[in-house]
Design a protein around this ligand. Structure first.
Ligand SMILES: Cc1ncc(COP(=O)(O)O)c(C=O)c1O
Length: 337
């Protein structure tokens, strides 16, 4: 794998290159009916589910930087990994198709087997032409080594791999979310978001890049944002370790953020009917699709802390809709619908 390329900005600092693919800026909308029904703080939604159709969600922001770096380094194939329903892997397959690259996806399933049916994100990964390979949980622990051996395989065939970690959470992914926070910053006044007291930015957190980037952006913002990553499976300690190491790599150690992990329930990708009922309610109060694994879990957590009295009616919150709606098409809602 070739190294990342960078250009210098006018101050002489190096900044990563970016290929514009997402529809930016994404809208910030006041969720009037959700705010009224949940009876707590005033809630805005940052619509990263609208970054594009196949490209939708938070991952395309990260991939804009990765695809620019991969192309500049002369690479022709993305190699990355995630769960079978990974949004990052789906977005990678679509970015590859858009940019004229290939993609090889290492997908984790319980027994290292393909799913019975290609639905949701997995259907889209295939539709966009990705080569998919399956690994079990033990393989997942060796994912870096396995991706490197795929890169060797490709090299023997005259091809050149650009390896990305799960969730594209690395220095480039973090840089993209630092810029995303600045995007919100620029929209806040017009959206009616108050600047005279801290405003919470609540979002689903998994591989930590989104949280680290938002924390970095907030640290250099003129406004007072409180960045809260709502875990979708990891423990607070695990996520702190990941986010702290990403911040250190970006030279931003100490940028403040908070992790909430009390509401992960059954764990990554598993839901209870109580969670699903809140997600369905939120769809009916916003007209937006929330996925059970990420945004739905983070919304459920937000609802719990509102009920526990964390916020007053004067508080403002931005819920970052990080996308992921396609996973709803691969989930069982029969207990609530
Ligand atoms: C829809 C969605 N929201 C949030 C996240 C979490 O982002 P991160 O992996 O940067 O923590 C992901 C990725 O895993 C995702 O697919």
């Amino acid at each position: 794998m070739a190294g990342n390329t960078e250009v210098m900005d006018t101050t002489g600092d190096s900044v990563p290159q970016r290929m514009a693919l997402a529809q930016l800026p994404t809208p910030v909308e006041f969720a009037d009916r959700l705010t009224a029904a949940w009876g707590g703080p005033q809630i805005w939604i940052k619509r990263d589910d609208l970054t594009g159709f196949g490209l939708s969600g938070n991952k395309v922001r990260k991939l804009e930087y990765h695809v620019a770096a991969a192309k500049a380094a002369g690479c022709d194939t993305f190699v990355t990994c995630g769960a079978v329903q990974s949004n990052h892997c789906r977005a990678t397959a679509f970015v590859a198709a858009r940019a004229g690259l290939n993609s090889v996806l290492l997908l984790r399933s319980s027994r290292g087997n393909p799913p019975d049916e290609a639905v949701g994100n997995h259907f889209l990964q295939r539709l966009a032409g990705a080569e998919v390979r399956f690994i079990d949980r033990d393989g997942w622990k060796r994912r870096q080594e396995l991706m490197e051996s795929i890169a060797d395989e490709l090299a023997a065939d005259g091809r050149s791999a650009w390896i990305m970690p799960a969730g594209a959470s690395d220095r480039l992914g973090v840089a993209s979310f630092e810029a995303a926070l600045w995007e919100l910053d620029a929209q806040a006044d017009a959206a009616g978001i108050r600047s005279d007291r801290p405003v919470t930015v609540w979002h689903a957190s998994s591989s930590g890049g989104t949280t680290a980037g938002l924390a970095m952006g907030a640290a250099s913002s003129g406004r007072d944002w409180t960045i809260v990553g709502s875990s979708v499976g990891e423990t607070r300690a695990e996520l702190h370790e990941q986010v702290d190491s990403l911040l250190a790599e970006a030279g931003a150690s100490g940028a403040p953020y908070e992790i909430v992990d009390e509401y992960v329930g059954l764990g990554y990708g598993q839901t209870t009917d109580e969670e699903l009922a809140i997600q369905v309610e939120a769809t009916r109060l916003t007209g937006q699709v929330w996925d059970p694994t990420y945004t739905g879990k983070a919304l459920y957590a937000l609802r719990q802390v509102i009920d526990a009295g964390r916020f007053t009616a004067d508080d403002h919150i931005v819920f970052w809709h990080t996308g992921g709606g396609f996973a709803a098409f691969a989930h069982d809602y029969s207990g609530v619908l």
